[in-house]
Design a protein around this ligand. Structure first.
Ligand SMILES: Cc1ncc(COP(=O)(O)O)c(C=O)c1O
Length: 391
């Protein structure tokens, strides 16, 4: 038996998204072609954009379909920074962002961007005052809505307000939050001035049951953004290239389904998560929950196992059929300490000893039971002088 507790890395494809994906893949035609076949594809695409926009809380024209979180973040940060580079150069960057953001900002710093780091607190929450203080004259600011490792939910409305007041465009990375907490681009944007405040928001399809390779960057109508890809004039000229009609159809269905289920799923996953955390603490009294104990995405349990080697914990759990993560999947396999745990003020040893369990749509009691049945033994073995490891 296999037990999947890594929904934050990627979540299983929803049957309805699969159906919409396959049906739209049968539509012959390039959505940019003017003939009937092209127009058939265009209808499916634009209907998907409208459905996506209704859930995301924006106008259809503000939905730019992308290949997922990494591309959306790259487009937002390159695009916003480049469009403002003549007037301002600084990027406001909180310390515990996803690598897609951190590495994009490093690339921009090689092009001349100045980076203004903003600390997070002991639960990985962005310090909203320090964030506001760093905004003066900045070109662009970025922030996670919820931290993908610690699960902590940031005060996104406050961050958006401070950027609107400072006249700085803000990108929000909603990849780890979308589908887990109620969010609306329009509500977060509020009455911000045309090119400031929240202007761009990233969402990834595969985190909510759409296929890998789907997602969107919501870009406010009034935002100034340079494209990353050059070519055709698709999607307001912001993302050139033949559009993925089937991906858009599947993504819009996954957005709708996850929105419909959000309330009930939050309650269900929270109960499962609390049972998981309580059970781990009972089996391993040294274990400590990281991140905010209350204000976190419902399916996230980020747990520190003091003295254990994270990679060994992962390996031993995998041997028992349990899939978890040491943090962001993009870093798994590279035995680096978690920059998120370090940013929370923990030691390098702690930053190598945390595990992230994430529950989602297909999670059930059996998944929690599977972890609890083995965790004490796994911890003991991963803490020994020659702890088990893949390498
Ligand atoms: C918060 C956050 N941002 C961005 C990404 C990257 O998204 P994608 O895997 O769709 O490229 C992830 C993926 O783990 C994430 O959790």
């Amino acid at each position: 038996m296999r037990f999947y507790l890594d929904h934050a890395a990627t979540s299983p494809l929803r049957p309805a998204a699969r159906e919409a994906w396959l049906a739209a893949a049968e539509v012959v035609g390039n959505a940019s072609s003017t003939h009937g076949a092209g127009q058939d594809a265009r209808r499916v695409l634009e209907e998907s954009r409208e459905r996506a926009a209704a859930v995301l809380g924006c106008d259809p024209i503000e939905v730019v379909f992308t290949s997922g979180g990494t591309e959306s973040i790259n487009l937002a940060l390159h695009g916003l920074w480049r469009s403002r580079a003549a007037e301002a150069d600084a990027i406001v960057l909180p310390d515990a962002e996803h690598h897609a953001t951190m590495d994009t900002v490093s690339a921009l710093s090689a092009e001349g961007a100045a980076v203004r780091a903003v600390p997070v607190d002991a639960v990985a929450r962005i310090d909203a005052e320090a964030f506001a203080a760093a905004l003066d004259g900045a070109a662009v600011a970025t922030a996670l809505v919820a931290n993908n490792e610690a699960g902590t939910i940031n005060d996104a409305p406050a961050l958006a307000r401070s950027t609107a007041e400072a006249g700085v465009p803000l990108h929000l990375d909603a990849v780890a939050a979308w589908g887990h907490i109620p969010l609306s681009f329009r509500m977060l944007r509020g009455e911000a001035p045309p090119a400031a405040g929240l202007v761009a928001m990233s969402v990834a399809g595969h985190k909510i049951g759409a296929p890998v390779g789907t997602g969107a960057l919501v870009v406010a109508r009034s935002a100034r953004l340079s494209p990353l890809l050059h070519g055709g004039s698709q999607q307001r000229g912001l993302r050139a290239g033949t559009q993925d009609v089937a991906g858009a159809a599947a993504f819009s269905v996954a957005l709708e389904e996850s929105a419909k289920e959000l309330e009930a799923e939050s309650v269900r996953l929270l109960a499962l998560r609390e049972r998981l955390i309580a059970g781990i603490r009972l089996a391993v009294p040294q274990a400590e929950l990281l991140g905010d104990p209350v204000d976190r995405v419902p399916g996230n349990a980020h747990v520190l196992f003091p003295g254990a080697v994270g990679e060994s914990l992962l390996f031993l759990l995998d041997m028992a059929g349990v899939a978890a993560s040491t943090g962001s999947a993009c870093q798994a396999g590279v035995a680096e300490p978690s920059h998120v745990v370090l940013a929370m003020g923990r030691t390098e040893q702690d930053a190598r000893s945390a595990l992230r369990f994430t529950l989602g749509r297909t999670s059930a009691d059996a998944d929690v039971d599977a972890v609890l049945a083995v965790i004490a033994d796994v911890y003991a073995r991963a803490s020994g002088p020659r702890s088990a490891s893949r390498s």
